[in-house]
Design a protein around this ligand. Structure first.
Ligand code: NAD
Length: 359
């Protein structure tokens, strides 16, 4: 069966790592028809919009997309491309497996943690009021009155909204994922001791959902304590369930445990649509240099293959990546123990090496 997939090259290093992944996915023999659509700064330049309508049309039709990282221009009032995309398509679950592969330089071995991050709410919802605007002043005077406490009039405001609905669907996603993938434990992460009505709600809903899954162990951690424990004893964790902002930060921490952003894949998943993309951004300073690691995007492609039920191909690609990084010869600079570019290969040479292992 031929799979029609929306392919979003993205900005910066995006086109290089997406092209590497496309070549590898095609080398598996699985048949693809790619619908290439721009997003981000490239789309703004070529089509006058960060998120052109035809992007949404293509993803809604095909239900599956492979996306390179995009750049959100700083200033100019632009909202994040990714936040807007995830919200518009209701991609409420961000799934980021962080797994050690032998050969990747790291302080730890045998890490196998899966991050399940809520993707649509929290401080990331983008509900903000700029200092000095009539809306901000109105809200500040309402807060002063209702809290009976003076708040500074020259404050900017970003709202943290966490709903019962949003918390329930992401908690269910985490437990269903645990069952389907034979995982043993879910740890909910929060700061409910301080933010009782937002993080507190997230935690109480997670607890309630957990009671319907007696076969999966459930525990919780306060986010600061979690960070310390991740650095000291990461092997105790299995699935981490987090609200949006903590999920973003802890994703990079966990990527650091397994060798860095160059090897950290991800997916944004809703009830009907899924967009696969690496955890890392567009790393503009490396654009067009054939230098960065394609593995994070290739492993996002592996997740996509599993999602579209091409499991044998997914296993083959993952094994080929594991072989190449274990040998440590045809790898990019970030996977060399001494980070020495003179002994590293480029993005496309590493891709060739992975393709050779496939055949
Ligand atoms: P970044 O992830 O792009 O880069 C940070 C550093 O990580 C790089 O300088 C590089 O040293 C390293 N790195 C990243 N990817 C790598 C790879 N494949 N191989 C080797 N090393 C790699 O983060 P940033 O510099 O904070 O953000 C740059 C832009 O990316 C911003 O515009 C930001 O908004 C955007 N961004 C997009 C996404 C997304 O599209 N999903 C995610 C994060 C950031």
């Amino acid at each position: 069966m031929k799979h029609t997939i929306t392919l979003i090259p993205g900005d910066g290093i995006g086109p290089e790592v997406v092209e590497a992944t496309r070549r590898i996915l095609e080398a598996t023999g699985v048949e693809f028809q790619w619908e290439v659509v721009n997003a981000g700064a490239t789309a703004l330049e070529k089509e006058g919009s960060l998120l052109p309508e035809r992007l949404f049309e293509s993803i809604k039709k095909n239900k599956v997309a492979l996306k390179g990282p995009t750049t959100t221009p700083v200033g100019g009032g632009f909202r994040s491309v990714n936040v807007a995309l995830r919200k518009a398509l209701e991609l409420y679950a961000c799934l980021r497996p962080c797994r050690s592969y032998p050969g990747i330089p790291s302080r730890y071995e045998n890490i196998d943690i899966v991050i399940v991050r809520e993707n649509t709410e929290d401080l990331y919802a983008g509900i903000e009021f700029e200092k000095g605007t009539p809306e901000a002043e109105k809200l500040l005077s309402f807060i002063s009155q209702s809290q009976r406490e003076e708040v500074r009039k020259d404050s900017g405001i970003s709202l943290k909204l966490i709903s019962e609905t949003g918390s329930r669907r992401i908690a269910r996603f985490a437990f269903e994922y645990a069952r389907a993938n034979n995982r043993k434990k879910v740890t909910a992460v929060h700061k409910a001791n301080i933010m009782k009505f937002s993080d507190g709600l997230f935690l109480s809903v997670a607890r309630e959902v957990a009671s319907a899954y007696p076969d999966i162990e459930f525990e919780d951690r306060i986010v600061d304590n979690l960070c310390a424990q991740l650095v000291q004893r990461p092997h105790q964790f299995d699935i981490l369930l987090l609200p949006n902002l903590y999920g973003d930060i802890v994703s990079d921490l966990c990527a650091g445990l397994v060798g860095g952003l160059g090897v950290a894949p991800g997916a944004n998943i809703g009830d009907e649509i899924a967009v696969f993309e690496p955890t890392h951004g567009s790393a503009p300073k490396y654009t067009g240099l054939n230098k960065v690691n394609p593995v994070a995007t290739i492993l996002s492609g592996v997740m996509m293959l599993r999602y579209i039920n091409e499991r044998a191909a997914a296993d083959r690609v993952e094994a080929a990546v594991a072989d190449v990084v274990a040998e440590g010869k045809s790898v990019t600079y970030d996977l060399r123990p001494e980070r020495d570019s003179t002994t590293a290969v480029g993005t496309s040479e590493m891709t060739d090496a992975i393709i050779t292992k496939l055949s």
